[in-house]
Design a protein around this ligand. Sequence first.
Ligand code: F1P
Length: 345
Amino acid sequence: LENTMRGRFSEDGSTAQFGGLNISAVDLRQVDRVHLLACGSAWHACLVTEHLIERFARLPVEVDYASEFRYRNMPLGSNTLFFTISQSGETIDTLAGMREAKRKGYKVLAVSNVVGSTIAREADGGVYQHVGPEIGVASTKAFTSQILIGAMLSLYLGRMRDMSFSEGVEVVNALKGTPDLVRKVLEQAPRIREIAKRFAHYHDFLFLGRLSLFPVALEGALKLKEISYIHAEGYPAAEMKHGPIALISENCPSVFFVPSGEMFNKVVSSMQEIKARKGKIIAIATANCDLPAGLADEVITIPECHESVLPVVATVPVQLLSYYIAVELNRDVDKPRNLAKSVTV
Ligand code: F1P
């Protein structure tokens, strides 16, 4: 982590290629605001990162669609840290947003999966994802690795501020444990496939989550749209009351992310609102949740885990669900219609 984030400031120089953050610890300590720019799935990764940075580093974060940032007239402080996230490193809107921030005199850091991509070359520093090429068009492993980098970044910034050593150790251990957690979720693939078969005929879905799981809900809805062409929307679970609830009927299932802890009862109460309107529910719930019997029509259990890795662990089941629904509908999951691997025009 230290090497990845410190880049050429690391003693062994192991991340020389992209340069790491390429900003001295002194300058990083001056940062009082973080601005994240991206498009599509990478924008959702920014929203997860926003939660993690606010939680662990206690820094205010703004997340912009890169395509909007260029045309906004927002006042920016001189100690703002800019970050772009782009799997391909070629997305034209992200590149243009990054160039605009640089034109305004800011250093811009990047996260990219493609070594030597335009964004990687033009950024002032950054981190390669190194997860291998995304074979299909829709971002999957690229997305989960982006949010892991977001967790590492928030840990790094947090430790520069008031995050305690022991809390830092907890996050590091959680990050190290991620492969085992994801493996446990993958073991459930056959069951998720069965659920997908039962739900593939619906034309509308809602994905509902809270806090860092809200962007995961957005990503779940996007994956379903991208590869199965089913209409899906993501909302913060409680926002559902403010309009989307009009969509609920036996014909519009909801996928709920159910974490344990302080949000549990609130999410359960949103689920009850759906149930009262005859909406079907697929719950993606952590193992320690005591869901009222019969509230969810299907439950996909994910392992209990630290909040820093929960968004990764919760993403995998919705990626699988979208994948199996798309397969059930005979869609070309690797080359969905109308989508390009990187949007360069
Ligand atoms: C951004 C993105 C992808 C999406 C599609 C179009 O790509 O919106 O999230 O799945 O492929 O481009 P990138 O900037 O992360 O390469």
